[in-house]
Each structure stands twice: as C-alpha cells, then as structure tokens.
Ligand binder design. Structure first.
Ligand code: BGC
Length: 257
C-alpha cells in the first residue's frame, strides 16, 4: 500500500539533477520533469541547494506529499557509504538528515540503481516477476539492484565485483565502450563475462538492462548467451525519478504503521 497516489522523485546524476511528480498508479510523470545541471564541484552543499530548486519548481510553498531522492552511492541508514562516481566529500555524509534539515521535512534517499529496479518492478520490464530480478544500469558506472519476490535487497554493488582482477564497471560500463570506442561485438564479450558471472553466482530469474545504452539493446543483447532471460529496461531515463517517488511513498506508509 502506498501512502499517496502522487509522489515526487529526484534523480541526482553526474550531469543533471532531475525531478518530477509521478502518478504512482501508472508510473507516469504528471508534469514535464525539471532538469538543472549538476553543480561543479558537486559537493553536498551545492547539490542540496539544486535539489531544493528542482522541488520548488513544483512545490514553491508547501512540501510534496513525499519526496524520494536517488544518489549514485551506497545509502545505508540515510548515510552515503560510497562515492564512486561523485564528489568524494559525499563519503560518510548524512544525506537524509542534511536534506531534511535544508528542506524542513523528511525525505527518503536511496541508491540510483535500486530506484531504477523498483521502477521496472512496479511499472516496467520486471512487472509481476517472481523470484530474483537483477537490474543492471550500464552508464558511467554499473549500478545494480537485486529484488527477490518484489522485495528490494538494497545496495547490491555488483558493478564493483572483481572479475579477472578488475572491477566489472571498469571494463563493461557504457562509458568504457564510448571512451575506448569498442565495437558492439567486443563490448558484448565484456558484458558476457559480467552477466555469466552474475548468473553463476545468483541464479536469477530475470536480468533487466537499463542505462542510456539500453536504447541500443538490439545491438548487444542478442549476442549474449545466457540461461537467464535478459531484457531491456522500459522506463529509460525516467526510472530513477519514478522509483524514488514509489520508494518514498511506500516508506511513508510503513512509517505510519
Ligand atoms: C556506484 C553505484 C551506482 C552506479 C550507477 C557505481 O559506481 O558504486 O552505487 O549505483 O555507479 O550510478
């Protein structure tokens, strides 16, 4: 059960901070999203100020019903416990408390890939999927979400799994394909190693592949040889916002019970 049928999500990324109100029945935005460039350096203070601007674009003088915020970090007990692709000053930063203090109300903070996984589970490629879903986002890094029978196991950092002595994301993130100008065949070989390892370790029921590159899924997914069904994400770049909005609303309900 969700507390509200409209939620608000904010997605903090390396280049943009995006937010929109979300209809939690359909998973669609109820208004065009607002995007403001991520301030540089992306220190907590500067980012928090920008998030406040994004929210104020829709809620100038009252708080949203609930607010969910994604970060590209491990978020444990409201505190950032990693800072792989963001400013290092986020490490060990009390993110949830700092947002609550700046905004004047409680917020829910979660990992960006966890939010994307939640969105796909409720509204997209993993809708109604029982068992273990592993969502992976291929972007600047590799994000991951593990969801078992609809319940998120938060903060799985599968992109940092060491394969052949290197973090998987250093070889197989979408950024690496672009930077090294890898062909689809070469990139698919790197992905094959990553997904085969995940398959061996976790025996999932479904892989969902998100991140901007998933729009080209037809160029690399058919090259992969896996036992597990692997499908592109459906929510594309809306997934973070939608998942954050759903998560915040679900927490508001359980906090009250
Ligand atoms: C981070 C994850 C994040 C992913 C995608 C990784 O480098 O460790 O927490 O989900 O990038 O942004």
């Amino acid at each position: 059960m969700l507390a509200f049928m409209i939620g608000f999500g904010v997605d903090i990324g390396g280049s943009g901070i995006k937010g929109a109100p979300v209809d939690l029945v359909t998973g669609e935005f109820t208004a065009d999203r607002v995007r403001i460039k991520t301030p540089q350096p992306s220190t907590p203070r500067a980012v928090i100020k920008t998030v406040a601007q994004v929210v104020a674009a829709f809620y100038p003088d009252k708080p949203p019903p609930s607010l969910g915020i994604t970060m590209p970090s491990v978020i444990h007990g409201g505190v950032a416990r990693s800072a792989a692709n963001i400013h290092s000053s986020w490490l060990n930063y009390p993110v949830a408390d700092a947002f609550a203090q700046a905004l004047g109300y409680e917020v829910s903070v979660l990992n960006d890939a966890d939010a994307a996984g939640i969105a796909e589970l409720h509204y997209g490629a993993a809708k109604g999927q029982p068992g273990l879903v592993i969502m992976t986002t291929l972007g600047t890094g590799i994000g991951s979400a593990m969801i078992y029978d609809g319940v998120l196991i938060p903060n799985a950092e599968l992109g940092h799994m060491e394969i052949g002595g290197r973090h998987a994301e250093k070889r197989a993130a979408a950024r690496v394909k672009t930077q090294k100008r890898l062909s689809w065949a070469t990139y698919a070989r790197r992905l094959q190693r990553f997904y085969s390892t995940l398959e061996f370790l976790f025996s999932p029921d479904l892989f969902v592949v998100g991140g901007g590159i998933s729009k080209d899924a037809a160029k690399f997914l058919p090259r992969l040889r896996l036992e597990t069904i692997i499908v592109p994400a459906q929510l594309r770049n809306q997934a973070g916002i939608v998942g954050a909005a759903w998560y915040a609303s679900s927490r508001t309900t359980s906090d009250k019970s």
